[in-house]
Ligand binder design. Structure first.
Ligand code: FE2
Length: 420
């Protein structure tokens, strides 16, 4: 007897009338027309059953703090960092935890079951780190959280930056972060990448840096990140987040850079909602979009995912934890409007995001976790178009969330004949 059987599901790869069998939290079988006795059977009625959404780039310590202590009036990255700096002395562990847990509820309801969150390690007290470690522990039964040690104020630029980051890793933070474009000089940015990659190699940890979040075409830290990845044998464990300067780089340089990124096994995360709002702020017109070169990186074989980055924080006053909204913006900004392009954007918030995070057990296949989302949509393109309702969200065979389907109830007055 199975624990759960889903019938008549459509899968993201286009297979229809699929059955998914679940036993002890894992998928045991996936097949067309599958039928078997189960404690619970759910008829998907042809709707899309997708692996859960994953957010490979977020800031759980800052989320839902919008307006505290004031609103970012200019909307720029730098004023956002300044507002966050004003909020930091006022933070409490309780408030940080409460906001993170509230966002966790939003995420689960949207079928978002894994989040890689950068956590600010700049201050010696490591208050955000302690709060996010506790948030990770409390949410572990329903949400996978990875934490990245993020030296928001600069690794070498802020006093004690390297020591604070190391202590965050000692406390159990999962990934080594960085912010080379925010260091005092280009040379210090380069030095920070080398230091952080060596630290990750020593400790056997992955790397995920905010890298080149700038419109300056000469911000080329991604080149060093790819080089250090190769030098230290970190292939498959390193991600470059944002990479917005690539939008503005010279095409000749990019023609050499993208193959380097591909051969170094470095993945890339674009954050479409944030890139389109923070970048190009010093432009008059034409105004650059700022998002990195997503289709070109994908064509070269680089794993590219989309992150939400911010929800109601000093950098972005909108957002709801909906990764379909992220995919929707991503495909518009990248002009990935072909059917294949839109499906790639769906992958960018599901399979590719899971790959960037190094998640095992993600996917609808025998042996994978029985974690999936039933959407009120027939395929990935319709899911993005509608930001489709998450009808049911399961994690490891357990139903976590349900949302009623959207049903149009037309109540037009009955027609009585020809208009007079
Ligand atoms: Fe970020």
């Amino acid at each position: 007897m199975l624990d759960l059987l889903i019938t008549h599901a459509t899968l993201p790869d286009g297979r229809t009338d699929m059955g998914v069998a679940v036993q002890a939290g894992r998928i045991t079988e996936v097949g067309a027309g599958l039928a078997a006795p189960a404690l619970e059977t759910v008829d998907a009625a042809g709707q899309l059953l997708t692996p859960p959404f994953c957010d490979p780039h977020f800031h759980l310590d800052a989320t839902l703090s919008h307006g505290q202590p004031r609103v970012n009036q200019s909307g720029t990255l730098l004023e956002g960092i300044a507002v966050w700096g004003e909020l930091k002395p006022l933070l409490t562990e309780e408030a940080l935890l409460e906001r993170a847990l509230a966002y966790g509820d939003w995420a689960v309801a949207k079928g978002l079951l894994a989040i890689r969150s950068h956590v600010d390690t700049s201050d010696a007290g490591l208050l955000p780190v302690r709060a996010m470690l506790e948030a990770r522990r409390l949410m572990a039964p329903y949400l996978d959280i990875q934490l990245v040690a993020f030296p928001q104020d600069g690794l070498l630029r802020s006093p004690g930056g390297l020591d604070n980051l190391k202590r965050a890793l000692d406390l159990g933070v999962d990934v080594v972060g960085g912010i080379p474009h925010f260091e005092r000089t280009y040379q210090e940015g380069t030095a920070s990448i080398k230091l952080l990659c060596e630290l990750a190699a020593d400790r056997g940890l992955p790397v995920d840096m905010h890298c080149d979040e700038s419109d300056d075409p000469l911000s080329r830290h991604i080149e060093t990140l790819a080089f250090e990845t190769q030098r230290l044998g970190l292939q498959g464990r390193v991600n470059g987040s944002h990479l917005t300067s690539m939008h503005s780089m010279d095409n000749d340089f990019v023609s050499k850079l993208i193959p380097l990124i591909a051969e170094s096994g470095v993945s890339a995360v674009a954050n479409p909602l944030i890139n389109i709002t923070l970048q190009g702020r010093r432009d008059s017109y034409p105004r650059r979009r700022g998002m990195t070169r997503v289709p070109e990186l994908m064509a070269a074989g680089v794993t590219v995912a989309f992150g939400h980055d911010c929800v109601m924080d000093p950098w972005y006053s909108l957002g709801s934890g909906d990764m379909l909204e992220v995919a929707h913006m991503g495909l518009h900004v990248a002009q990935m409007t072909s059917q294949a392009g839109m499906r790639q954007c769906f992958d960018a918030v599901t399979t590719n995001a899971a790959k960037v995070m190094g998640l095992s057990g993600h996917g609808i296949a025998p042996g994978s976790d029985a974690s999936f989302v039933l959407l009120q949509a027939r395929d990935p393109v319709e899911a993005i178009r509608l930001r489709a309702t998450r009808l049911k969200v399961w994690r490891k065979g357990r139903l976590l969330s349900e949302t009623a389907p959207v049903i149009a109830r037309l109540s037009l007055p009955a027609r009585t004949g020809a208009a007079s």
